[in-house]
Design a protein around this ligand. Structure first.
Ligand SMILES: Nc1ncnc2c1ncn2[C@@H]1O[C@H](COP(=O)(O)OP(=O)(O)OP(=O)(O)O)[C@@H](O)[C@H]1O
Ligand SMILES: N[C@@H](CCO)C(=O)O
Length: 291
């Protein structure tokens, strides 16, 4: 049996829609795999009642197919589904790393990224790799059609997860199909600024580079209280705030010493809108680990 811990992630970071991602140190999914004649899936943990065990419908099933690695797979969910914290991706990433080891396939971590991304196509219709890349490789990742880059960095994060469900499939329907050139220019500038900030470990630059006029405004409307939560986080010291992945989680970047205040302010702001929420004070961290 092989056991892997695959962390939650946040994709997009505002200006890097479908490209940027970061790994968290927690929460995480634990994936256990054992060789079997045919694939079966058991799921426990947070939100497990909402996740299909049919391999055709679970993200890990597509990974089994791609690696030709039938197995009995136990998924202990630490990352709530439909959270914007890469829940579906954590399972797919963990399964890719675990099955590669179990069947001795010899693929590199970077080679496992497009394989795990096949799992994302099962749930959202698109094989976007911006959550599976950081969950497998760790750090800040840039996933494009040509490959994936990963940078280790020391950036503090606060993710606030409200008791609202937003599915990636639904949130992709509100993404505009066209953009003004001025918005594209602004987004490219911000994405470049954010990348430099990650490479320098500079939370001010990362925060400045998170603004995005293209996708985030439409997504924010799916999250009750988003504008108030964003403002409260900035007032408490966040250097940048955006929708985490497809939402509903809200991601803030800040200096390490401000995490507690930022998290508290976000919780209070959601509470003002009568929305229960929980907060993860975290930082950009390592990817999947074989236990
Ligand atoms: N192994 C799995 N873990 C979690 N969700 C899964 C899994 N397999 C299938 N699903 C389905 O995927 C959906 C959740 O994925 P979705 O992409 O909407 O949320 P998320 O992964 O938390 O968000 P995001 O990608 O925005 O960070 C649910 O409908 C769930 O039933
Ligand atoms: N890039 C994806 C991440 C969520 O899975 C999106 O925003 O739709």
């Amino acid at each position: 049996m092989i056991t892997v811990r695959a962390p939650a992630t946040s994709a997009n970071l505002g200006s890097g829609f479908d490209v940027f991602g970061v790994a968290f140190d927690r929460p995480a999914d634990i994936i256990r795999v054992e060789r079997a004649e045919r694939t079966t899936i058991d799921i426990t943990g947070v939100g497990s009642q909402y996740i299909p065990t049919d391999p055709e419908k679970n993200t890990v099933g597509a990974v089994v197919e791609a690696l030709d690695a039938p197995a009995h797979i136990e998924i202990d969910k630490g990352v709530r589904p439909a959270s914007g914290l890469g829940s579906s991706a954590a399972s797919a990433a963990g399964a890719a790393v675990a099955l590669n080891e179990l069947y001795d396939r010899g693929l590199s971590r970077a080679e496992l990224v497009p394989i795990a991304a096949e799992g994302e196509a099962v749930v959202s219709g698109t094989a976007h790799a911006d959550n599976v890349a950081p969950s497998i490789l760790g750090g800040f990742t840039i996933a494009t059609a040509d490959g994936v880059e990963s940078v280790s960095t020391d950036i503090s994060l606060v993710a606030c997860l409200p008791e609202i469900a937003v599915s990636t499939r639904d949130a992709r329907r509100v993404v505009p199909e066209t953009a003004q050139m001025s918005e594209v220019v602004e987004t490219v500038g911000n994405a470049a600024t954010l990348t430099v900030g990650m490479c320098r470990g500079d939370p001010d630059l990362v925060g400045r580079g998170m603004d995005d006029p293209l996708v985030t405004p439409a997504r924010a409307e799916l999250i009750t209280g988003y504008d108030t939560v964003r403002e409260a986080a900035i007032d408490a010291g966040a250097t940048g705030v955006t929708v985490s992945g497809a939402g509903p989680s809200v991601l803030a970047v800040c200096h390490e010493g401000d995490r507690r205040a930022v998290g508290g302010a976000m919780l209070t702001a959601f509470d003002d809108h009568e929305v229960d929420a929980r907060v993860y004070q975290t930082q950009v961290s390592d990817g999947a680990t074989i236990l």
